[in-house]
Design a protein around this ligand. Structure first.
Ligand code: FE
Ligand code: FE
Ligand code: ZN
Length: 286
């Protein structure tokens, strides 16, 4: 058991802020006992981004090396404002592509390989129109991209007109893309619960994922409990062991041997203004 624990890739999302930026995120992750993590290269809600020269990238990379942390497993999350599913406002669609392009380049500049992206919203135009627009957007961005970053499409709860709420929708995007080799998937346990999957039955979930998408595409796990019941389409994360999914089920995702190389990232809420990650990681590894 001790041996397995060491190899478990477990971390949390961390915001990158002044004055230490990337170096600061690495320090924060280490302080929680993490051996991987996810960060936003600026605020998740907007596209304002600090210039790379200020981000202390070299210093952060050095600290990662000193701690034997594999930078290939560190995850970047793209800003939420990107909606490649927008088929009614040309300007907003173009802006989404521009922001995604910038984020791919920034991810590459940090030395990271995985960029998580919310697939998009169809905003009233129906699933098929939205999915086709997302495919178009990804093709247009990746056609000009010169990085080797994998875009990991996140499984979504299906709140509002969110796409990517089923494995079929994710598979449809990937299978119809011109750049399949640049696409992977981020599986969020809270989101698939809220989307209606039997998250507690990990074998069933992984078999279905493998059948529909292919397990080789699974690059990131977002490990969250949920405030709501299966199929609620709500997307409200709960602290580990305090929600409808529960500690036992979440532990299955931490220790499953098929997921051994997949980084698991907590996106659980702060408790009384404090980050819960050190305690939650300990709890999950117990
Ligand atoms: Fe996300
Ligand atoms: Fe997530
Ligand atoms: Zn969420």
């Amino acid at each position: 058991m001790q041996e397995t624990n060491k190899n478990v890739l477990l971390g949390s999302h961390i915001s990158m802020c002044a004055p230490d930026y990337f170096l600061g995120t690495v320090k924060e992750a280490l302080s929680y006992g993490e051996n991987t993590f996810m960060f936003y290269t600026g605020a998740p809600q907007n596209s304002i981004r600090v210039p790379l020269e200020k981000c202390k990238i070299i210093e952060g990379q050095k600290l990662l090396k000193e701690n034997n942390i594999d930078i290939d497993k560190i995850v970047v999350h793209a800003p939420y404002i990107i909606n490649l599913g927008n088929s009614i406002d040309e300007n907003k669609f173009e802006l989404a592509k521009k922001v995604l392009k910038t984020e791919l380049n920034r991810t590459y500049a940090f030395g990271c390989k995985l960029l998580v992206l919310h697939p998009g919203l169809h905003i009233g135009q129906g699933e098929e129109v939205g999915l086709k627009q997302i495919i178009k957007g990804l093709n247009e961005v990746l056609k000009e991209d010169t990085t080797d970053v994998t875009i990991c499409l996140e499984t979504m709860a299906g709140k509002g007109s969110e796409l990517g709420k089923t494995f079929d929708e994710i598979a449809y995007i990937i299978n119809n893309s011109q750049f399949k080799n640049r696409l992977g998937v981020c599986l969020d346990t809270c989101h698939i619960n809220d989307a209606g999957y039997n998250v507690e039955n990990i074998d069933e979930v992984l078999d279905l994922f493998d059948k529909k998408i292919g397990l080789n595409r699974l690059k990131v796990i977002h490990l969250n409990d949920s405030k709501n019941i299966k199929g609620s389409h709500k997307d409200r994360h709960e602290n580990i062991g305090k929600g409808t999914i529960g500690l036992n089920t979440l532990k299955k995702y931490v220790f499953n041997e098929k997921l051994i190389d997949v980084p698991k990232i907590l996106e659980t809420p702060y408790i009384n203004g404090l980050p819960p990650y050190k305690d939650e990681i300990k709890l999950l590894k117990e």
